[in-house]
Write a protein that binds this ligand. Structure first.
Ligand code: ADP
Length: 469
């Protein structure tokens, strides 16, 4: 690991190297284009221009405007334009008087010879001549143009190529300066960019190390590029979740050991009293031991259920059953709690396809919670409604309610709104977590609405089997 780390160049080096390479490649390309290829480029552009002019003259060969077209073009572009007939007469001839012209100095015989030469070559001809002006060249382009009166004419276009060596020299010096400036600027810019990207990443990597060592309070500063600051936000979220899990783990240890120890202490205490004081061996005292043992069993069962559900090991035994009847049966078991008033509002019996035992456990847990947290009137209302093919069961109490900011957390394992361990009222802290897991296994929706001091309504939904009513 450390060896690999040593071999891999850092972001800083990679970006700087990449930037310099790019700058160098661009400059090499510019050098080649500007100095080596400038002459051929210039020549090709000039030849192309002469060809276009010759074509336009050929096109207007029969037009009465031929003469003025040639004149205008010569003025505008600075090329020499001539038109002769097969017997060497000059029909059109414009050239820049201050520039050299080969054709202008030709005699009639030479023009006839030129006509025949172009004709022989198939109608088009291009040649480059050395100009008398030092270093300059002349391109001569000849084209035979058929005319309406039957005689073909010869269009000659002459264009001068001035030497670009001086320009190339200037460009070389300029490019040298540009190269130096580009390299310096490129390196500085690359260094700046690399620092901006690598800086926050290095800081984040340091923080991540501390997070790995268990410092969950660490926060990643969202700075630098968007992606980097998004990474920081994601890491912050992960750190938050980790610290939540860690907090829950601590609470679990505290809760479970407390929940185990309290009944055990009671059992041990009562058993010792009954052993040492014969008169204390009463059915009430035995009942305390039985109740406390029952509480222990409940806790252990809840823990087992939850770990099985969370591990995904608990398969669902799906059957079609009458959910309404199932809830009615559950409620009859609460009849002996004479203090509490239960009501179940429903219209018609609804069948669902689900795991009956597990759904019963959901209802039990919700009703038990409603009893634990019921209000003064000790009224618990269950409602059944059907909407868009789904049956919704809700359990409402009129108790203390749950603060809005605690609502998302109550489904977590071992979460208790009231951290002070009120054992008489509060259960294992696992009930809602079991409810959540069972409903998620069924793919059913669930939720809670609660207002502080007014009570809570817990609900869940399952798909109803409508054709089996
Ligand atoms: P517990 O065994 O502690 O009731 P649960 O998982 O069933 O555990 O519930 C988690 C927490 O949600 C409870 O400790 C309690 O603070 C809150 N809670 C659950 N049901 C109700 C309710 N009907 N009214 C008020 N608070 C409730």
């Amino acid at each position: 690991m450390s060896r690999r780390k040593g071999r891999q160049p850092g972001l800083y080096v990679q970006i700087t190297a990449g930037f310099c390479l790019f700058a160098l490649l661009s400059l090499v390309l510019l050098w080649v284009l500007q100095t080596v290829l400038l002459n051929p480029f210039y020549r090709a552009i000039k030849t192309g221009e002469a060809k276009r002019i010759a074509d336009s003259i050929v096109k207007s060969i029969d037009s009465p405007e031929l003469d003025s077209t040639a004149y205008d073009t010569c003025l505008r572009t600075g090329v020499n334009i001539f038109v002769t007939d097969p017997i060497g007469r000059r029909l059109v001839g414009y050239h820049q008087t201050f520039k050299e012209s080969l054709v202008a100095s030709m005699g009639r015989m030479e023009r006839i010879a030129m006509f025949d030469k172009v004709n022989l070559l198939g109608g088009t001809y291009t040649e480059t001549f050395q100009s008398r002006q030092e270093g300059a060249q002349l391109i001569l382009l000849g084209t035979i143009a058929p005319t309406a009166n039957g005689d073909p004419w010869l269009v000659l276009v002459e264009s001068e190529i001035t030497p670009v060596d001086a320009t190339v020299d200037t460009l070389r010096v300029q490019l040298l300066c540009v190269t130096l400036v580009m390299l310096l600027l490129g390196t500085a810019l690359a260094a700046f960019l690399a620092r901006r990207i690598a800086g926050p990443l290095t800081a984040m990597s340091e923080s991540a190390k501390r997070l790995g060592q268990g410092d969950y309070s660490i926060r990643f500063a969202p700075q630098g590029a968007r992606e980097v600051s998004e990474l920081a936000q994601t890491l912050n979220y992960a750190a938050g979740e980790l610290s939540k899990v860690d907090q829950l783990r601590r609470e679990l240890l505290a809760n479970v050991s407390h929940d185990l120890r309290t009944p055990l202490t009671m059992i041990k205490g009562y058993a010792e009293v009954m052993r040492d004081l014969p008169g204390e061996n009463t059915p009430e005292n035995v009942q305390v031991i039985v109740d406390e043992a029952g509480r222990l069993t409940d806790l252990v069962n809840d823990l087992l259920d939850l770990s099985r559900l969370e591990a995904g090991a608990a398969g669902l035994a799906l059957t079609r059953f009458d959910l309404t009847a199932c809830i009615c049966a559950i409620l009859t078991r609460y009849d002996k709690l004479a203090d509490y008033h239960f009501s179940f509002q429903f219209e018609g019996h609804i069948t669902v396809e689900a795991d009956e035992l597990k759904i019963s456990q959901v209802v039990y847990n919700l009703v038990n919670n409603a009893i634990h947290y019921a209000g003064e009137d000790k009224t618990i209302t269950l409602r059944q409604s059907v909407e868009e093919g789904r049956v919704r069961i809700s359990v409402t109490d009129t108790g203390e309610g749950i603060p809005a900011d605690k609502l998302p957390d109550i489904w977590d394992r071992y979460y208790k709104v009231d951290k002070e361990h009120r054992r008489a009222q509060v259960g294992t802290g696992l009930g809602l977590s079991i409810v959540k897991n069972i409903l998620e296994l069924h793919g059913g929706a669930y939720g809670v609405e609660s207002a502080l001091g007014q009570g809570s309504t817990f609900w869940f939904e399952l798909p109803a089997v409508l054709d089996e009513e």
